[in-house]
Structures are given as C-alpha cells and as structure tokens.
Design a protein around this ligand. Structure first.
Ligand SMILES: Nc1ncnc2c1ncn2[C@@H]1O[C@H](COP(=O)(O)OP(=O)(O)OP(=O)(O)O)[C@@H](O)[C@H]1O
Ligand SMILES: [Mg+2]
Length: 340
C-alpha cells in the first residue's frame, strides 16, 4: 500500500481513544516535535535552553494558555527537562500551589497535547489498560476490547500527567511502574501485544507527599509509595508556598483590576493572612492552611458578594475546625484591623 505520509514509518500506529481523540493527521503537522521554543522568551526563566515543541497548535488536547501564568523557575526547569530530555518528572508540594497547572501551562506553550488523570482510589487497572466492553453494532450485541488511557497515551505524542499520584491504588501503581522507564514497553497480556512508547510520549506526576506517607495529617487518602517505583522518577521537584511578593504578583497578573494602590494593599493583607495560617499550621496552632487556590477563591468570592469579610467566612473560615475559629479571627484582626 503506498504511503504518502513520510512520518508513518517512524511512529507506531496511533490508536483511538474515545474521549480524547487526536485529530487525524491531515498532513499539516508531524507528531514528532518540529519547533524549538526558547526557555527565556517563552517562560521568562534564566536558562539558555531550546525546548522542542510543536508548530501545530490546533490539537484539541493542547491545554488553553493562561496568559497571566507566572512560571516558577525551579519547577519550570524541571518540567522543561522532562519535555526536552524525556525525563520522568514528579512535582510534589502542598495543595493548591500550582503543581498541575505548571505542567499544563508548559505543555500549552509548547503546543504539546497533555492529558491529566486523577489517580484517585477509584481508578482501576482495567481503566488504565483497557477492558472488554459490550456494545451494539448493526443492532447486535458484541464484545469489543476498548483500549485504556495508558496504551493510548503511550502511542501518541502526549504528555500524560498523573495527578494525586500518591493516592493511587497499589495494583494501579504497578501498572504504571512498567512505563516509568524511558524505553518502558507495555505488555498487554490479554491482547498479546507489546506497546512501544511514542518518541514524544512524556510522563509527569503531581503529589502532595513524597511517597513516604503523610506526616502532616493534611492528606487523608494518600499512600506510601513503593520505593522501587519512586526510584524510577528521574526528577522530583518541590513546589510549596512562594514568597509573599511572588504570590502577590501571581494574583495581580490574574486580577489586573486590583492593580491600584488600594487594591494592592488589600491583596497584600490577604496574602499575609494566608501566610499566617501557613505559619500557624507549622507551629501546630491550627490544622487548616490557606493555599494560593483558597486565596484565589477568596478574591473571586469577594467580587461576587462585594464583601470581603463575608467572602472570607465562606471561602475559608467555614472549612476550619470550630475550636480554631478564634485563632483565625485573630489573624484577620491582625491583617485587616477588623473583628469578624
Ligand atoms: N504560578 C502561578 N501563576 C498563575 N496562577 C497560578 C500559579 N500557581 C498556581 N496558580 C493558580 O492556583 C490554582 C491552583 O493551582 P493547581 O491546581 O495547579 O494546584 P496544585 O498544586 O495542583 O494543587 P493540588 O495539590 O490540590 O492538586 C489554579 O487556579 C492556578 O491557576
Ligand atoms: Mg493538582
């Protein structure tokens, strides 16, 4: 059969996946990276790397660019190493610090299709690998093998992100272990097939713990990870709370309407309060911390309710233990001079 696609020999056959079909290759783009992006210009970080990516930006699995996104240098460098050198990168840190979105926003700028899976305790081996399913064909019931997300992603130019990696079930983790090595082939026993990874397949994970169990009590449902499995992650980078001014700049970029002297002062006090909860947590005074995500929802709720205090109560205070309300009200008093 004549083959007009010059790429076709280099890459494995792309298989279909019902939810996240890649657009058919219409000859306009290749599935091998065909463009270089300067790390300095694209991400504003101080390194001389050229990162491979794609010219084509039409693939439906490319995440949408958040123009206001601020890249943290250390985290971004680790993720870029993952994309350009095919390293397996895990981003670990407290909740709501920007782990998942960092990977997504890097992919968005490289035009690299990116699929995120939440590895919660309901994801099973069969969900990942595929299973026989009954479907209707020409009015008849037939049993058909439906490919899982892992074999699909493995054969495509896709950055696969396992979110909440430390919440995955042990049986699922062993499936992932097989593909963690760069050459990691996947054998589907019941299909008698061996799947080789596509050269542009990438694997990332985000987790709240480093797989040694949860020492903080914040992350119920996480598991200790098998050390043989942790060992296969080439790069582990930590993204925790950023310094006050960095967090302020992220919020100002997101909400430019607050970029006035009054707005900045208010925002700065909000972040100070968040910082107090983080310090209070470290010292064992309170058990709930205010993440950057919580600050974002406080800002947005303030805009909805037109009342900062009411918004604070609903965005954060009501999530805290009754016994700790007084401490948090005192923090509020310290930052805003107002009794809640
Ligand atoms: N550097 C940043 N620039 C702009 N927005 C950010 C940044 N970091 C975090 N955010 C925003 O903070 C929110 C939380 O980010 P994200 O969901 O990536 O956190 P996470 O670390 O993955 O949290 P979790 O551990 O709970 O999964 C998002 O709305 C994201 O847009
Ligand atoms: Mg996340």
């Amino acid at each position: 059969m004549p083959n007009t696609n010059s790429d076709a020999k280099k890459e494995p056959m792309s298989a279909s996946f019902d939810l996240t079909q890649l657009t058919p290759n219409n000859g306009k783009y290749t599935t091998i990276p065909d463009k270089k992006f300067s790390a300095r210009e694209t991400f504003g970080i101080d390194i001389d790397w050229d990162i491979p990516g794609f010219e084509d930006d039409q693939n439906p699995n490319i995440p949408t660019i958040d123009k206001t996104y601020k890249f943290d240098a250390t985290t971004t460098k680790a993720i870029l190493a993952g994309f350009s050198h095919n390293r397996r990168v895990m981003v670990q840190g407290y909740h709501g610090t920007g782990k998942s979105t960092h990977i997504e926003q890097v992919a968005a700028r490289l035009n690299w299709p990116c699929v995120r899976i939440n590895l919660d305790s309901h994801v099973s081996r069969l969900d990942l690998l595929g299973k026989d399913m009954i479907s209707l064909k020409e009015g008849k019931q037939i049993t058909e093998y439906k490919q899982g997300l892992l074999p699909w992603a493995l054969q495509n130019p896709v950055a696969l992100v396992f979110d909440e990696y430390d919440a995955g079930r042990p049986d699922v983790m062993f499936v992932i272990q097989r593909v963690l090595e760069a050459e990691g082939k996947l054998t589907l026993l019941d299909q008698n097939t061996v799947i080789r990874p596509h050269p542009a397949f990438r694997l990332f994970a985000t987790a709240n713990t480093v797989g040694l169990g949860d020492a903080t009590g914040l992350y119920h449902g996480t598991q200790q990870l098998n050390q043989g499995q942790m060992d296969r992650w080439n790069i582990v980078t930590a993204l925790n709370y950023l310094p006050h001014d960095d967090e302020l700049n992220i919020m100002l970029a997101k909400y430019p309407e607050l970029d006035t002297s009054q707005g900045k002062e208010e925002l700065s006090a909000m972040i100070k309060l968040a910082t107090l909860t983080r310090e209070g947590f470290k010292n064992g005074d309170i058990s709930t911390v205010m993440s950057p995500r919580a600050v974002i929802s406080w800002i947005e709720n303030t805009q909805i309710f037109q009342n900062r205090e009411e918004a604070f109560i609903m965005s954060f205070l009501n999530k805290c233990d009754d016994l700790e309300h007084n401490i948090i009200k005192e923090y509020y008093q310290r930052c805003f001079g107002i009794d809640l």
